[in-house]
Design a protein around this ligand. Structure first.
Ligand code: MG
Length: 295
């Protein structure tokens, strides 16, 4: 007790006799520490907020393309137009050719056969950014609907004698759920022998196309993305993609049937020179605006 009184006294004494400068210093240091913590929390909050705003800006850019795919009758008409054109080309091939040769049609899946606009729509509604996890969750549901006209066309092609190959850059881990989706929609040749997804190797579809061409005569290719047709379109700049497209303008609507997709694709990656992930939203915004052609 004595010690306590004594010590307590010493403490009180010390405090009572502490210089004003020291007291000021302690208060200042404490205040500075609080300020640093406060500033750090503000900076972290601002960074998080800016990320959320950037994410929201990116997603808001998708509103009109998603609405176009989901609500514009013009989108449906374009799809029917593409498949009607494909049917016309099919009708031009003599029936005996189907009997004599192994003829095949190669088609992409996403936004060519399968409508996945629901993923982007849900992300916009939830205010979230696209991620691999979101995509995998969607694919696991096997719930994509058919692009207008797709099922009818592929059934007709199968009846005529063509073999259908589905070449997609979905990850090979999605093979069973993708197959289930195609079976659900009643698509022909929906089996493991005719679905070729992206393996560990490359995103290029060239090797898979060549594997089909080694056994079949490919009469037609369908896709929403120019890399679905030829490897000359891979990683091309906007100008290079234009030049390659112009060089083979006779093929569009003949051997190559293109479906509309304004939501995503290589056309979008080309805007950012295929370095989207390395850029801030502000940089991406500047690059988009630099490509706009006014008058
Ligand atoms: Mg596609």
């Amino acid at each position: 007790m004595e010690n306590f009184v004594s010590n307590s006294y010493v403490d009180d004494h010390y405090n009572n006799n502490m210089g004003l400068r020291q007291q000021y210093q302690i208060i200042t240091n404490f205040s500075n520490q609080l300020n640093v913590l406060y500033m750090r929390s503000i900076i972290v909050s601002l960074l998080l907020l800016s990320c959320l705003i950037a994410s929201a800006q990116e997603q808001s850019l998708k509103v009109f393309p998603v609405l176009y795919q989901q609500t514009a009758a013009e989108y449906r008409a374009l799809c029917y137009q593409a498949f009607n054109m494909a049917t016309l080309r099919l009708d031009e091939i003599p029936k005996k050719k189907f009997r004599k040769q192994k003829l095949a049609i190669i088609t992409d899946l996403d936004e060519t056969v399968l409508d996945n606009s629901y993923v982007e729509a849900q992300l916009i509604k939830d205010g979230k950014e696209f991620s691999g996890a979101t995509w995998n969750n969607w694919v696991s549901k096997s719930s994509a609907t058919a692009v207008p006209g797709a099922v009818e066309f592929f059934k007709a092609a199968k009846r005529r004698g063509a073999t259908i190959f589905y070449i997609s850059n979905r990850d090979s881990s999605a093979l069973q759920t993708t197959l289930a989706n195609l079976v659900k929609l009643g698509l022909p040749d929906a089996d493991l022998a005719h679905i070729m997804l992206q393996g560990k190797s490359t995103a290029s579809k060239e090797a898979r196309r060549q594997a089909v061409e080694a056994q079949y005569k490919v009469i037609m290719l369908l896709g929403d993305n120019l890399i679905d047709f030829m490897n000359v379109f891979e990683r091309g700049s906007v100008d290079e993609r234009f030049a390659q497209t112009d060089q083979r303008k006779e093929e569009w609507g003949k051997k190559f049937i293109v479906l509309p997709n304004s939501i995503y694709g290589e056309w979008e990656n080309a805007l950012y020179n295929y370095e989207r992930g390395k850029l801030t939203e502000a940089q991406r915004d500047a690059m988009r605006k630099a490509l706009l052609k006014g008058y």
